[in-house]
Ligand binder design. Structure first.
Ligand SMILES: [Zn+2]
Length: 217
């Protein structure tokens, strides 16, 4: 039913789609939308993803599976620990301005290895070898903030890192901040539980719900 001319959703509608899809996944009733050959052909020429996922690379955090979506739905950018270097920012800006995606979701999770590695680095004063150090360095500001706020529980540190990532996206991308300011895009942080399969919103900004006219602006 959904073709290449799928209308762009409002940010709060996009968020509702994701939450509904996650509910289907959690309850074992996925509908696997937009994964058939017909839809594959329909979106081959152009894409209109309704959400950008800035997620951790963890193999158990596959966005299309946990939100029960398919081809052309999600624009996914993943790094260990959902870091926000220039290539990540550029990818988000492309999805939001060129593809007109109305929602950016930072997706973190419990037991995150990148957060654990950063905590170990902070505790021991040692740096992991090779480029792994860059991942740890990118996560460290969240660990320092947690320490300053007296937060020691790993789950709470992870939620704080998700919130910090939302803030970092908005602070470091003037392009994204302008889209949010104009009411065209929302940015939210979600925490995923590996065993339960459930997401929970822990941070973010959504523009006020539109009065009505979807063609306005
Ligand atoms: Zn992780």
């Amino acid at each position: 039913m959904s073709g290449p001319e799928t209308p762009v959703l409002r940010p709060e509608q996009a968020l509702a789609e994701l939450i509904e899809g996650n509910h289907r996944f959690v309850t074992g009733t996925p509908s696997h939308p937009n994964q058939d050959a017909g839809h594959r052909a329909a979106v081959a020429d152009e894409q209109h993803p309704f959400a950008v996922i800035v997620g951790c690379s963890d193999s158990r955090l596959a966005a299309e599976i946990i939100f029960d979506r398919g081809l052309g739905d999600l624009f996914v950018v993943r790094t260990a620990g959902h870091t926000t270097g220039p290539e990540v920012l550029g990818s988000v800006e492309y999805a939001v301005t060129v593809l007109r995606a109305p929602l950016v979701v930072v997706l973190g999770h419990d037991s995150c290895g990148a957060v654990k590695a950063a905590r170990e680095s902070l505790d021991t004063g040692t740096q992991p070898p090779g480029h792994l150090g860059a991942v740890v360095d990118a996560v460290l500001p969240s660990l320092r903030r947690a320490a300053a706020e007296g937060v020691d529980d790993l789950d709470r540190i992870i939620d704080l890192h998700i919130a910090q990532t939302v803030e970092a996206l908005l602070e470091n991308s003037a392009v994204l901040a302008a889209e949010v300011e104009a009411g065209r895009c929302g940015v939210v942080g979600m925490s995923y539980r590996l065993a339960a399969g459930e997401v929970r919103q822990v941070a973010g900004v959504l523009p006020p719900a539109a009065g009505a006219d979807p063609t306005a602006g």
